[in-house]
Design a protein around this ligand. Structure first.
Ligand SMILES: Cc1cc2nc3c(=O)[nH]c(=O)nc-3n(C[C@H](O)[C@H](O)[C@H](O)COP(=O)(O)O)c2cc1C
Length: 375
Protein backbone atom coordinates (compact mmCIF):
# COMPACT_ATOMS: atom_id res chain seq x y z
CA UNK A 1 0.00 0.00 0.00
CA UNK A 2 1.43 3.42 -0.97
CA UNK A 3 -0.23 5.54 1.68
CA UNK A 4 -0.37 4.83 5.40
CA UNK A 5 -3.97 4.50 6.59
CA UNK A 6 -5.13 7.48 8.68
CA UNK A 7 -6.75 5.33 11.34
CA UNK A 8 -5.59 2.75 13.81
CA UNK A 9 -6.84 -0.81 14.03
CA UNK A 10 -8.97 0.02 17.08
CA UNK A 11 -10.90 2.63 15.09
CA UNK A 12 -11.21 0.24 12.16
CA UNK A 13 -12.64 -2.43 14.48
CA UNK A 14 -15.18 0.06 15.83
CA UNK A 15 -16.27 1.07 12.35
CA UNK A 16 -16.55 -2.55 11.24
CA UNK A 17 -18.54 -3.24 14.43
CA UNK A 18 -21.26 -0.93 13.07
CA UNK A 19 -21.98 -3.64 10.52
CA UNK A 20 -24.14 -6.03 12.54
CA UNK A 21 -23.89 -9.76 11.79
CA UNK A 22 -25.18 -13.10 12.91
CA UNK A 23 -22.89 -15.46 14.81
CA UNK A 24 -21.82 -18.86 13.47
CA UNK A 25 -19.61 -21.68 14.62
CA UNK A 26 -17.72 -23.12 11.66
CA UNK A 27 -16.90 -26.77 12.33
CA UNK A 28 -14.93 -29.49 10.56
CA UNK A 29 -13.36 -32.90 10.98
CA UNK A 30 -9.70 -33.56 10.21
CA UNK A 31 -8.14 -36.63 8.51
CA UNK A 32 -7.72 -38.28 11.93
CA UNK A 33 -11.41 -37.85 12.71
CA UNK A 34 -10.83 -35.06 15.29
CA UNK A 35 -13.37 -32.25 15.48
CA UNK A 36 -12.49 -28.56 15.21
CA UNK A 37 -14.56 -25.42 15.34
CA UNK A 38 -14.39 -21.68 15.84
CA UNK A 39 -16.84 -18.85 16.40
CA UNK A 40 -17.07 -16.83 13.22
CA UNK A 41 -19.00 -13.75 12.16
CA UNK A 42 -17.20 -13.22 8.86
CA UNK A 43 -19.61 -15.69 7.31
CA UNK A 44 -21.41 -14.28 4.27
CA UNK A 45 -23.56 -15.43 1.39
CA UNK A 46 -21.93 -15.14 -2.03
CA UNK A 47 -24.03 -16.74 -4.78
CA UNK A 48 -27.38 -18.49 -5.16
CA UNK A 49 -26.60 -20.23 -8.46
CA UNK A 50 -24.31 -22.02 -7.80
CA UNK A 51 -24.95 -21.84 -4.04
CA UNK A 52 -21.77 -20.35 -2.55
CA UNK A 53 -20.88 -18.93 0.86
CA UNK A 54 -17.65 -17.66 2.38
CA UNK A 55 -15.98 -17.08 5.70
CA UNK A 56 -12.52 -15.94 6.65
CA UNK A 57 -10.11 -17.10 9.30
CA UNK A 58 -7.12 -15.44 10.93
CA UNK A 59 -4.06 -17.27 9.60
CA UNK A 60 -2.59 -17.09 13.11
CA UNK A 61 -5.53 -19.01 14.61
CA UNK A 62 -4.39 -22.31 16.13
CA UNK A 63 -6.98 -24.20 14.07
CA UNK A 64 -6.01 -22.57 10.77
CA UNK A 65 -3.59 -25.33 9.69
CA UNK A 66 -6.55 -27.74 9.98
CA UNK A 67 -9.08 -25.60 8.09
CA UNK A 68 -6.47 -24.97 5.36
CA UNK A 69 -6.41 -28.71 4.63
CA UNK A 70 -9.96 -30.00 5.12
CA UNK A 71 -12.30 -30.47 2.11
CA UNK A 72 -15.55 -29.64 3.98
CA UNK A 73 -16.93 -27.37 6.68
CA UNK A 74 -20.28 -26.88 8.41
CA UNK A 75 -21.72 -23.48 9.30
CA UNK A 76 -23.80 -23.63 12.48
CA UNK A 77 -25.85 -20.40 12.67
CA UNK A 78 -26.29 -19.80 16.39
CA UNK A 79 -29.66 -19.14 18.04
CA UNK A 80 -30.16 -16.25 20.45
CA UNK A 81 -29.79 -18.47 23.55
CA UNK A 82 -26.39 -19.85 22.44
CA UNK A 83 -24.03 -17.15 23.72
CA UNK A 84 -22.25 -19.75 25.89
CA UNK A 85 -21.57 -21.82 22.78
CA UNK A 86 -20.25 -18.75 20.97
CA UNK A 87 -17.87 -18.08 23.87
CA UNK A 88 -16.78 -21.71 24.08
CA UNK A 89 -15.80 -21.80 20.39
CA UNK A 90 -14.13 -18.38 20.55
CA UNK A 91 -11.53 -19.58 23.04
CA UNK A 92 -8.44 -21.60 22.13
CA UNK A 93 -6.85 -24.48 23.85
CA UNK A 94 -9.32 -26.92 25.31
CA UNK A 95 -11.31 -29.63 23.49
CA UNK A 96 -14.27 -27.52 22.48
CA UNK A 97 -16.46 -30.57 21.83
CA UNK A 98 -15.90 -32.19 25.24
CA UNK A 99 -19.30 -32.91 26.80
CA UNK A 100 -21.11 -31.15 23.99
CA UNK A 101 -24.07 -32.87 22.37
CA UNK A 102 -23.73 -32.84 18.61
CA UNK A 103 -24.74 -34.77 15.52
CA UNK A 104 -22.70 -36.09 12.64
CA UNK A 105 -23.68 -34.63 9.30
CA UNK A 106 -22.55 -34.62 5.70
CA UNK A 107 -19.02 -36.06 5.17
CA UNK A 108 -18.69 -36.77 8.91
CA UNK A 109 -18.89 -33.06 9.88
CA UNK A 110 -19.81 -32.29 13.52
CA UNK A 111 -23.09 -30.38 13.68
CA UNK A 112 -24.10 -28.47 16.82
CA UNK A 113 -27.58 -28.82 18.33
CA UNK A 114 -30.12 -26.08 19.06
CA UNK A 115 -28.95 -23.73 16.31
CA UNK A 116 -31.08 -21.43 14.20
CA UNK A 117 -29.90 -22.96 10.88
CA UNK A 118 -27.12 -25.03 9.33
CA UNK A 119 -25.22 -25.26 6.03
CA UNK A 120 -22.78 -27.99 5.10
CA UNK A 121 -20.28 -27.08 2.41
CA UNK A 122 -17.55 -28.37 0.15
CA UNK A 123 -14.52 -26.07 -0.07
CA UNK A 124 -14.23 -24.79 -3.67
CA UNK A 125 -11.62 -22.05 -3.25
CA UNK A 126 -9.19 -20.64 -0.71
CA UNK A 127 -8.05 -17.07 -1.17
CA UNK A 128 -5.46 -14.97 0.64
CA UNK A 129 -6.94 -12.00 2.52
CA UNK A 130 -4.18 -10.15 4.38
CA UNK A 131 -3.90 -11.63 7.86
CA UNK A 132 -6.93 -13.82 7.06
CA UNK A 133 -7.62 -16.63 4.59
CA UNK A 134 -10.95 -16.65 2.77
CA UNK A 135 -12.74 -19.97 2.32
CA UNK A 136 -15.44 -20.24 -0.34
CA UNK A 137 -17.74 -23.23 0.03
CA UNK A 138 -20.37 -24.75 -2.22
CA UNK A 139 -23.44 -25.49 -0.14
CA UNK A 140 -24.35 -29.19 -0.06
CA UNK A 141 -27.11 -29.38 2.56
CA UNK A 142 -29.21 -26.83 4.42
CA UNK A 143 -31.60 -26.93 7.38
CA UNK A 144 -33.32 -24.33 9.50
CA UNK A 145 -35.57 -24.03 12.57
CA UNK A 146 -37.84 -21.25 13.88
CA UNK A 147 -35.22 -20.40 16.57
CA UNK A 148 -34.34 -16.73 16.47
CA UNK A 149 -30.72 -16.04 15.51
CA UNK A 150 -28.08 -14.57 17.76
CA UNK A 151 -26.80 -11.18 16.58
CA UNK A 152 -23.42 -9.50 17.07
CA UNK A 153 -22.58 -5.81 16.60
CA UNK A 154 -20.55 -3.06 18.23
CA UNK A 155 -18.56 -5.70 20.14
CA UNK A 156 -21.61 -7.13 21.93
CA UNK A 157 -24.25 -9.78 21.58
CA UNK A 158 -27.64 -8.50 20.42
CA UNK A 159 -31.07 -9.93 19.66
CA UNK A 160 -32.97 -9.67 16.39
CA UNK A 161 -36.29 -7.87 16.70
CA UNK A 162 -38.44 -6.38 13.96
CA UNK A 163 -37.83 -2.65 13.64
CA UNK A 164 -40.41 -0.45 15.37
CA UNK A 165 -40.84 1.61 12.25
CA UNK A 166 -41.02 -1.24 9.76
CA UNK A 167 -44.36 -2.37 8.36
CA UNK A 168 -46.62 -4.11 10.86
CA UNK A 169 -46.93 -7.86 10.28
CA UNK A 170 -49.64 -8.71 7.72
CA UNK A 171 -53.09 -8.98 9.26
CA UNK A 172 -52.21 -7.13 12.49
CA UNK A 173 -54.68 -4.32 13.13
CA UNK A 174 -53.94 -1.56 15.62
CA UNK A 175 -57.38 -1.57 17.25
CA UNK A 176 -57.08 -4.87 19.13
CA UNK A 177 -53.71 -4.33 20.71
CA UNK A 178 -53.19 -0.62 20.35
CA UNK A 179 -52.02 0.08 23.87
CA UNK A 180 -49.78 -2.99 23.97
CA UNK A 181 -48.07 -1.87 20.78
CA UNK A 182 -47.77 1.66 22.07
CA UNK A 183 -46.12 0.45 25.29
CA UNK A 184 -43.71 -1.77 23.38
CA UNK A 185 -42.80 0.83 20.79
CA UNK A 186 -42.85 3.66 23.32
CA UNK A 187 -40.44 1.85 25.67
CA UNK A 188 -37.97 1.19 22.88
CA UNK A 189 -38.16 4.71 21.49
CA UNK A 190 -37.78 6.10 25.01
CA UNK A 191 -34.69 3.96 25.60
CA UNK A 192 -33.10 5.32 22.42
CA UNK A 193 -33.94 8.92 23.27
CA UNK A 194 -32.73 8.54 26.84
CA UNK A 195 -29.44 7.11 25.64
CA UNK A 196 -28.92 9.71 22.93
CA UNK A 197 -29.49 12.67 25.26
CA UNK A 198 -28.44 11.00 28.53
CA UNK A 199 -31.84 11.93 29.90
CA UNK A 200 -33.96 10.28 32.59
CA UNK A 201 -37.35 9.46 31.11
CA UNK A 202 -40.65 7.84 32.07
CA UNK A 203 -43.52 6.29 30.18
CA UNK A 204 -46.98 6.64 31.72
CA UNK A 205 -50.47 5.31 31.07
CA UNK A 206 -53.77 6.76 32.25
CA UNK A 207 -54.78 4.37 35.03
CA UNK A 208 -57.76 4.22 37.40
CA UNK A 209 -55.96 6.66 39.68
CA UNK A 210 -54.73 9.01 36.96
CA UNK A 211 -51.29 9.19 35.31
CA UNK A 212 -49.32 6.07 36.27
CA UNK A 213 -45.66 5.43 35.44
CA UNK A 214 -45.17 2.03 33.75
CA UNK A 215 -41.51 2.28 32.69
CA UNK A 216 -38.40 4.27 33.51
CA UNK A 217 -35.24 4.84 31.55
CA UNK A 218 -32.63 6.42 33.83
CA UNK A 219 -29.92 8.74 32.53
CA UNK A 220 -26.40 8.65 34.03
CA UNK A 221 -27.48 10.95 36.88
CA UNK A 222 -31.17 10.21 37.55
CA UNK A 223 -32.96 12.75 39.71
CA UNK A 224 -33.49 10.20 42.44
CA UNK A 225 -32.12 6.87 43.66
CA UNK A 226 -35.67 5.52 43.46
CA UNK A 227 -37.56 5.61 40.21
CA UNK A 228 -40.71 3.82 41.37
CA UNK A 229 -42.76 1.81 38.92
CA UNK A 230 -46.50 2.34 39.31
CA UNK A 231 -45.94 5.86 40.64
CA UNK A 232 -49.22 7.78 40.45
CA UNK A 233 -48.81 11.41 39.47
CA UNK A 234 -51.05 14.40 40.07
CA UNK A 235 -52.76 15.76 36.95
CA UNK A 236 -52.59 19.53 37.29
CA UNK A 237 -49.11 19.86 38.75
CA UNK A 238 -47.15 17.47 36.51
CA UNK A 239 -46.15 17.72 32.86
CA UNK A 240 -47.35 14.13 32.42
CA UNK A 241 -50.78 14.95 33.84
CA UNK A 242 -51.07 18.02 31.65
CA UNK A 243 -50.13 16.05 28.51
CA UNK A 244 -52.82 13.48 29.33
CA UNK A 245 -55.49 16.00 30.25
CA UNK A 246 -54.97 17.95 27.02
CA UNK A 247 -55.58 14.78 25.01
CA UNK A 248 -58.25 12.82 26.91
CA UNK A 249 -62.00 13.36 27.25
CA UNK A 250 -62.70 15.86 30.04
CA UNK A 251 -65.01 13.33 31.68
CA UNK A 252 -61.95 11.18 32.43
CA UNK A 253 -59.79 13.92 33.88
CA UNK A 254 -62.33 16.28 35.52
CA UNK A 255 -62.69 14.49 38.87
CA UNK A 256 -58.90 14.63 39.38
CA UNK A 257 -58.58 18.21 38.12
CA UNK A 258 -61.39 19.59 40.30
CA UNK A 259 -60.03 17.94 43.45
CA UNK A 260 -56.48 19.07 42.79
CA UNK A 261 -57.38 22.65 41.92
CA UNK A 262 -59.50 22.87 45.07
CA UNK A 263 -56.47 21.84 47.14
CA UNK A 264 -53.87 23.85 45.17
CA UNK A 265 -51.81 26.57 46.82
CA UNK A 266 -51.05 29.56 44.64
CA UNK A 267 -47.51 30.72 43.90
CA UNK A 268 -45.62 27.52 44.81
CA UNK A 269 -44.69 26.77 41.20
CA UNK A 270 -45.89 27.55 37.71
CA UNK A 271 -48.68 24.94 38.01
CA UNK A 272 -52.22 26.16 37.32
CA UNK A 273 -54.25 26.74 40.48
CA UNK A 274 -57.49 28.10 39.02
CA UNK A 275 -59.89 26.69 36.39
CA UNK A 276 -58.97 29.60 34.13
CA UNK A 277 -55.19 29.07 34.32
CA UNK A 278 -55.79 25.30 33.93
CA UNK A 279 -57.75 25.90 30.71
CA UNK A 280 -54.95 28.12 29.44
CA UNK A 281 -52.38 25.41 30.20
CA UNK A 282 -54.50 22.83 28.39
CA UNK A 283 -54.90 25.08 25.32
CA UNK A 284 -51.17 25.76 25.23
CA UNK A 285 -50.37 22.04 25.51
CA UNK A 286 -52.74 21.20 22.66
CA UNK A 287 -51.21 23.91 20.53
CA UNK A 288 -47.57 22.96 21.11
CA UNK A 289 -47.91 19.19 21.58
CA UNK A 290 -45.65 19.51 24.64
CA UNK A 291 -46.24 20.05 28.34
CA UNK A 292 -43.70 21.57 30.72
CA UNK A 293 -43.46 21.65 34.47
CA UNK A 294 -40.86 23.90 36.01
CA UNK A 295 -39.99 23.58 38.76
CA UNK A 296 -41.50 20.76 40.78
CA UNK A 297 -40.44 18.31 43.43
CA UNK A 298 -39.85 14.69 42.55
CA UNK A 299 -41.64 12.04 44.58
CA UNK A 300 -41.53 13.93 47.87
CA UNK A 301 -37.82 14.60 47.34
CA UNK A 302 -36.14 17.88 48.10
CA UNK A 303 -34.61 17.96 44.61
CA UNK A 304 -36.19 20.51 42.32
CA UNK A 305 -36.88 19.13 38.91
CA UNK A 306 -38.01 20.27 35.49
CA UNK A 307 -40.15 17.98 33.34
CA UNK A 308 -41.15 17.92 29.69
CA UNK A 309 -43.91 15.62 28.40
CA UNK A 310 -45.42 14.67 25.08
CA UNK A 311 -48.43 12.43 24.35
CA UNK A 312 -48.62 9.40 22.07
CA UNK A 313 -52.06 9.54 20.44
CA UNK A 314 -54.21 6.78 18.98
CA UNK A 315 -56.36 6.97 15.85
CA UNK A 316 -59.12 8.81 17.75
CA UNK A 317 -56.67 11.44 19.06
CA UNK A 318 -56.68 10.15 22.65
CA UNK A 319 -53.44 9.96 24.63
CA UNK A 320 -52.56 6.27 25.00
CA UNK A 321 -49.24 7.03 26.67
CA UNK A 322 -47.24 10.03 27.75
CA UNK A 323 -43.46 10.16 27.44
CA UNK A 324 -41.80 12.42 30.00
CA UNK A 325 -38.26 13.62 30.52
CA UNK A 326 -37.29 14.76 34.00
CA UNK A 327 -34.08 16.27 35.21
CA UNK A 328 -32.50 18.28 37.99
CA UNK A 329 -33.70 21.88 37.57
CA UNK A 330 -30.06 23.00 37.54
CA UNK A 331 -29.25 20.90 34.49
CA UNK A 332 -32.43 20.27 32.52
CA UNK A 333 -34.30 23.30 31.24
CA UNK A 334 -37.34 21.48 29.78
CA UNK A 335 -37.63 24.40 27.33
CA UNK A 336 -39.61 23.80 24.14
CA UNK A 337 -37.00 25.09 21.70
CA UNK A 338 -34.14 22.66 22.45
CA UNK A 339 -32.88 19.79 20.25
CA UNK A 340 -34.12 17.40 22.94
CA UNK A 341 -37.65 18.85 22.83
CA UNK A 342 -37.62 18.56 19.03
CA UNK A 343 -36.45 14.94 19.24
CA UNK A 344 -39.09 14.11 21.88
CA UNK A 345 -41.81 15.64 19.76
CA UNK A 346 -40.61 13.91 16.61
CA UNK A 347 -40.57 10.59 18.48
CA UNK A 348 -44.11 10.84 19.83
CA UNK A 349 -45.45 12.14 16.52
CA UNK A 350 -43.92 9.21 14.69
CA UNK A 351 -45.35 6.76 17.26
CA UNK A 352 -48.76 8.45 17.06
CA UNK A 353 -48.76 8.04 13.29
CA UNK A 354 -47.89 4.39 13.87
CA UNK A 355 -50.95 4.20 16.15
CA UNK A 356 -53.12 5.44 13.29
CA UNK A 357 -53.36 9.08 14.37
CA UNK A 358 -53.60 11.61 11.55
CA UNK A 359 -52.69 15.13 12.64
CA UNK A 360 -55.00 17.87 11.38
CA UNK A 361 -52.10 19.52 9.60
CA UNK A 362 -51.28 16.20 7.88
CA UNK A 363 -54.85 15.80 6.73
CA UNK A 364 -55.02 19.42 5.51
CA UNK A 365 -51.72 19.70 3.77
CA UNK A 366 -49.13 17.10 2.85
CA UNK A 367 -46.42 19.74 2.62
CA UNK A 368 -46.70 20.80 6.24
CA UNK A 369 -43.81 22.67 7.86
CA UNK A 370 -41.07 20.58 9.39
CA UNK A 371 -41.31 19.80 13.04
CA UNK A 372 -38.42 21.94 14.14
CA UNK A 373 -39.76 25.03 12.42
CA UNK A 374 -43.18 24.35 13.87
CA UNK A 375 -41.81 24.38 17.40
C1 LIG B 1 -18.48 -13.04 17.66
C2 LIG B 1 -17.12 -13.56 17.22
C3 LIG B 1 -16.83 -13.65 15.88
C4 LIG B 1 -15.60 -14.13 15.43
N1 LIG B 1 -15.37 -14.21 14.10
C5 LIG B 1 -14.19 -14.70 13.66
C6 LIG B 1 -13.92 -14.83 12.26
O1 LIG B 1 -14.76 -14.50 11.44
N2 LIG B 1 -12.72 -15.33 11.87
C7 LIG B 1 -11.76 -15.69 12.79
O2 LIG B 1 -10.68 -16.13 12.37
N3 LIG B 1 -11.98 -15.58 14.12
C8 LIG B 1 -13.17 -15.10 14.57
N4 LIG B 1 -13.41 -15.01 15.91
C9 LIG B 1 -12.36 -15.41 16.85
C10 LIG B 1 -12.25 -16.93 16.95
O3 LIG B 1 -13.48 -17.51 17.29
C11 LIG B 1 -11.21 -17.30 18.01
O4 LIG B 1 -9.99 -16.72 17.68
C12 LIG B 1 -11.05 -18.79 18.20
O5 LIG B 1 -10.31 -19.04 19.34
C13 LIG B 1 -10.30 -19.46 17.08
O6 LIG B 1 -10.33 -20.85 17.32
P1 LIG B 1 -9.01 -21.72 17.52
O7 LIG B 1 -8.24 -21.07 18.63
O8 LIG B 1 -9.47 -23.09 17.79
O9 LIG B 1 -8.28 -21.58 16.20
C14 LIG B 1 -14.62 -14.53 16.37
C15 LIG B 1 -14.92 -14.44 17.73
C16 LIG B 1 -16.16 -13.97 18.15
C17 LIG B 1 -16.46 -13.90 19.62
Amino acid sequence: MDEQPRFDSRELRQVLGAFVTGVTVVTTVDAQGRFHGLTCNSFSSVSLEPPLVLWSQATKAPSHPVFREVPHFAVNILAEDQIALSKRFASSGQDKFAGLEHDIGFAGLPVLRGCSAWLECKVVSKLPGGDHAIFVGEVQTIRRTPRRPLVFGGGQYLVADPHDLGSPPAGVAFEGQGQLNAVRWGARAMARLSKEFDQTMALSVWGNHGPTVTAWEPGSSPVSGTLPMGLILPVTSTATGLAFAANLPTAATDPFVSAELAAAVDGVSDSPTTPRSWQQAIAHTRQTGLARRAPGRFYGDQVLIHALSAPILDASGCAVLVMTAIGDAQQFSAEFGTPFAAALKATVESLSRRMGYVAESDARDESRPTLVSAL
